[in-house]
Write a protein that binds this ligand. Sequence first.
Ligand SMILES: [Ca+2]
Ligand SMILES: [Ca+2]
Ligand SMILES: [Ca+2]
Length: 201
Amino acid sequence: MRLPWSFGSVVVLAAARLAAAGDILESAPSWIGEGDQETARYGDRVACAGDVNGDGFADVIVGAASFDHGEEDEGRVFVYHGSPSGPTGPVWSAEGDQAGAWFGASVAGAGDVNADGFSDVIVGAPEFDAPYSSEGAAFVYHGSVAGLSASPSWAAYGKLGAAAAPPRYRTGRGVRAAAATRPSWTCSPTARSRGECSTCK
Ligand SMILES: [Ca+2]
Ligand SMILES: [Ca+2]
Ligand SMILES: [Ca+2]
């Protein structure tokens, strides 16, 4: 099957056993995922997500860093749950919600970072502004019996992006310059995108 190149696609090849030649991959894909949006860059990054819903089947995560869904090139990530017939879904997706964030330019299984028995995933957004221009961000989503959480459970930000001058944070006593080393990873992505960092200690 030939797909429009700019849409992007992901192909899964299933293992087949040949007694004479040992274990090899089938030449035909057993599953194909598609971006269904021009220049979405779907499939530029793919990874095993672990078992995010704990059903015993491995799950997969696919990034589409130039996906548009309200914001141009915000990026979007899709997760497909494994099953006896292969990947199903997408059953979960998340997006950058910031133009040009490139959310999903990197995706990976994170292991089980909170040791609850469910695999977690990490997603990179190298052009995310928070508030430095293109400082970049990484987000972790926890797994559960229902799959990944809708909102990130943890986020970290580059802090040293291309901003010409350090931003100023609003405080209860006015405005002051932010320290260059100010920790910022406890601030929620939504709060940071709104410039509400003074409330995030
Ligand atoms: Ca699973
Ligand atoms: Ca969006
Ligand atoms: Ca976990």
